[in-house]
Design a protein around this ligand. Structure first.
Ligand code: AMP
Ligand code: MG
Length: 314
């Protein structure tokens, strides 16, 4: 299969409506979309990614009105969070309605719903005129793609089309909040910060990693990993220099010229935006180790630390 790369939204939507897979940009990372109401199309996402069958997919819709059509009920916490953060990089887990196929939810009685803010994603969802199930558009276990070129690196020949909307903004995935319990529980750190969520939902609880693994199947697997070994460091001085060593963080290492590749990021947002792209860049440059500076535990820090820790595991 030859993968079509296009910025023609209507054309990409027609490909999706025909039952094929289309990668598309969102404000977080590129998603790998299929018609969420077509179980065969959804099954082909798992095949293209090599994704474990027990890892449910997030369903993307253009509006809260459409989200309601997929839920059995929208719990009050979901209403509050969507009112404040939709469209945006937030996924709410809610009781599943009868229209959602088992293939999407991996058999769970809940469904993850997200309303992306990216203008091209909005246009695409409207043109598809149906809910779109979409995990990140990488091969399972690899860093999430933040450009169309990164999608093709993993998926060329495996999917029908990639809709090219340029580099994504956040660079890390959506925050996942389980709204089926009181208080609601954060299951995955993401582009929407805990501090922001707590402005409207002060009772929000952050799950332990054991609880995440029990309640959110995707968090059980190794994730986000480049070929190079990822080593988290508490401060830049702890990174060992070397021609095949890469370094990314908020602060420059003592001898940056002694590294093969260095990214110093001015802000947490810039660090998050750059992280997965840097992993892929380091692989292309033949680096064998990537040192990643630990971020402070506020704002996007926990999201960055989560991605680095999972990339380093295994
Ligand atoms: P990805 O789309 O690859 O970024 O992964 C989606 C994440 O959302 C994974 O960690 C899934 O396990 C999680 N997820 C999706 N749907 C549900 C659900 N119904 N219940 C719990 N976690 C979910
Ligand atoms: Mg993913």
């Amino acid at each position: 299969m030859k993968t079509l790369c296009t910025s023609d939204v209507e054309r990409a939507a027609a490909v999706l409506r025909s039952g094929a897979l289309v990668a598309f940009p969102t404000e977080t990372v590129y998603g790998l979309g299929a018609d969420a109401l077509d179980a065969a199309a959804v099954a082909s996402i798992f095949a293209a990614k090599g994704r474990p069958a027990d890892n449910p997919l997030i369903t993307h819709v253009a509006s809260v009105v459409e989200a309601r059509l997929l839920a059995d009920v929208l719990p009050e916490a979901a209403e509050t969070l969507l009112h404040a953060f939709a469209p945006g990089p937030l996924t709410v887990i809610v009781p599943r309605g009868p229209r959602v196929p088992d293939a999407v939810t991996a058999g769970l009685d809940t469904v993850g719903l997200r309303i992306p803010a990216h203008p091209m994603a909005q246009h695409f969802l409207q043109a598809c005129a149906r809910p779109v199930a979409a995990p990140s558009a990488n091969r399972s276990g690899r860093p999430s793609p933040t450009t169309a070129a990164a999608v093709l690196e993993d998926m060329d020949g495996r999917i029908a089309c990639v809709l090219d909307g340029g580099p994504t903004d956040a660079g890390v995935e959506s925050t996942v909040v389980d709204c089926t319990t009181d208080p609601p529980v954060l299951l995955r750190h993401g582009a929407c910060t805990v501090e922001a969520l707590r402005t409207v939902c002060p009772a929000l609880r952050v799950s332990s990693s054991a609880e995440q693994q029990a309640r959110s199947p995707g968090t059980r697997y190794r994730h986000y990993a480049p070929q190079a070994r990822v080593v988290p460091v508490a401060h830049p001085g702890a990174a060992a220099p070397g021609a095949q060593h890469a370094y990314i963080g908020r602060h420059a290492p003592p001898a940056p010229e002694a590294f093969g590749l260095v990214a110093v990021c001015d802000t947490q947002a810039a660090y998050a935006h750059r992280l997965f792209d840097f992993f892929r860049q380091a692989d292309r440059a033949g680096c064998c180790v990537i040192f990643a500076e630990r971020a402070p535990a506020e704002g996007l820090g926990p999201t960055i630390n989560d991605r680095v820790a999972r990339a380093a595991a295994g």
